[in-house]
Design a protein around this ligand. Sequence first.
Ligand code: TXA
Ligand code: MG
Length: 331
Amino acid sequence: MTAEIIDIIHEPQRAISEASRILNDGFPVAIPTETVYGLAADATRADAISRIYETKGRPQFNPLICHVCDIEMAERYAVFDPVSRRLAETFWPGPLTIVLPLKKDSAIHPLATAGLETVGLRCPDGYANELIRAFDRPLAAPSANTSGKISPTAARHVMEDLGDKLQLIVNGGVSPIGVESTIVRVDPETGAILLLRPGGLAAMKIADAAGRDLQRRAGGPAAIIQAPGMLASHYAPGAAVRLNATSVEPGEALIRFGGVSVTGMEKAAIDLDLSPTADLAQAAANLFEYLKRADASGAAKIAVTPIPNEGLGEAINDRLARAAAPRDGEM
Ligand code: TXA
Ligand code: MG
């Protein structure tokens, strides 16, 4: 099997109708979102969700984010506390996932939540939102890549990785944000907001909207967290990744930020700047594509210069730390 690609600019109606047909048959479809491409399937069906895990080769104890088209749909499945509601009202549709208690008898299948009593819900924008509205059921969707590999930010990335395992890839162009959603969980008693995964929505914006600081886990970016499945070695390219590089060895690939000069850069296998103007949003959007290019250069090591840890830099550094983490076991 080789996946068909339908372009949402050229065939907007068929992009919805064909995707809906395949979802109704219980199969996954790769779809564009503002963060990364997702491998979406009906979140209420065990057979459909199993096929996501099977296609990605993902361990089944890892819960999936379920995508809804608005707060009303979210309320069919989960219970909002006031702070979570405020965040949803402020940032949905957008790159924010909120972990919420499941409603009793929620139709979301336990395979999607790995049997937890909570569900991670996100309301994406654009085509994905339209598709969910048309389908009228939530879509479970992890990133559309083989488990442990770099997330896709273009239809071509999905084709190269999973094209022979899928029926359909919907092409919506390059994902504008380029890193996965930020995941938070609010303590319903205290209203404290725990940052479970830094992502495409800067933590500062969430703190501003909620009027309180976010709590982070101890242990730094690559620590294993409460979100089961936030495994240290994730987003891994084939090459080893060396962080906070101030020089580059001959033959290493180089990923820079903000136009900095690095000792030995003229001998790098490839020289990429995530954002010559030091724009963190641009750097996030380029991150996964550049990691793939650095990897494809054939270099055994990728040297990455320091990235400021503010705003979207927190998500970038989190993904880089995971890319650099020891690869004990493919997770
Ligand atoms: O941007 C995104 O979030 C992308 C696009 C496709 O929407 N999706 C995505 O999904 O990254 P996924 O399934 O790869 O990310 C799931 C993350 C995992 O780290 C998982 O542990 C956490 O969300 N998660 C899901 N449900 C959870 C829950 N009930 N409690 C805690 N963490 C949860
Ligand atoms: Mg992923």
